[in-house]
Design a protein around this ligand. Structure first.
Ligand code: 5RP
Length: 215
């Protein structure tokens, strides 16, 4: 899958326009995109980063990292996913960066998602759905989600997000209405964000391969 991730990451460079500020996601597929961005850095003004991990990689390549409050809306966001359905709705947050990823996706006119073929599914939910929670609300949110879905929330112990919060992973879902589930989980007090990207799905999905498939 490493090769497929590289091919997807490098293909996303096609969406760069001169003078852009690029929104940058997190993960091993995005790492290939960042490396390719480094080879094109003269063309862009800078990047808005979704995690400390991506910020470090961008800076190491000499790409300026800008604050979203200063840039305003972005024209392009490139990020990976843990699952992607035929409607380009996603599960994200395997790397615990879902909240900042969601903020940048919302702020961007075009969201290009880069995945390897194993991420494609018909129905979202086999990959445990990440939910970022305020630490004191962990068990409250877990009980509410169990009651709502009958699926099992599991605390991702020893992981603290870049925002100082914790992650619950919900196992055993088959998400037939992703927008409804995203909305319902967002209503629970203590939820910071849920890794369902359905209300704001991807606009383009690049599936890495020889050649890459663009959906
Ligand atoms: C991080 C994410 C990543 O995009 C997702 O986990 C995919 O990662 P990878 O490209 O390493 O398979 O949502 O929070």
């Amino acid at each position: 899958m490493t090769e497929a991730k590289r091919l997807a990451g490098e293909k996303a460079i096609d969406y760069i326009e001169d003078g852009m500020i690029v929104g940058v996601g997190t993960g091993s597929t995005v790492a290939y995109f960042i490396d390719a961005l480094g080879r094109n850095k003269e063309r862009i003004k800078g990047a808005v980063s979704s995690s400390e991990q991506s910020t470090a990689r961008l800076k190491a390549l000499g790409i300026e990292v800008l604050d979203l409050n200063a840039t305003g809306p972005l024209s392009l966001y490139v990020d990976g996913a843990d699952e992607c359905d035929p409607h380009k709705r996603l599960i994200k947050g395997g790397g615990a960066a879902l909240t900042r990823e969601k903020i940048i996706a919302e702020a961007s006119a075009k969201f290009v998602c880069i995945v390897d073929p194993a991420k494609r599914v018909d129905v979202l939910g086999k990959f445990p759905l990440p939910v970022e929670v305020i630490p004191m609300a962990r068990s409250l949110v877990a009980r509410e989600i169990l009651g709502m879905t009958r699926a099992q929330p599991v605390w991702r112990e020893n992981v603290v997000t870049d925002n100082g919060n914790w992650i619950l992973d919900i196992h055993g879902l088959a998400i037939t209405d992703p927008v409804a589930l995203e909305t319902a989980i967002n209503q629970i007090p203590g939820v910071v964000s849920v890794g369902l990207f359905a209300r704001r799905a991807a606009d383009v999905v690049i599936v890495g391969g020889e050649p890459p498939i663009v959906m």
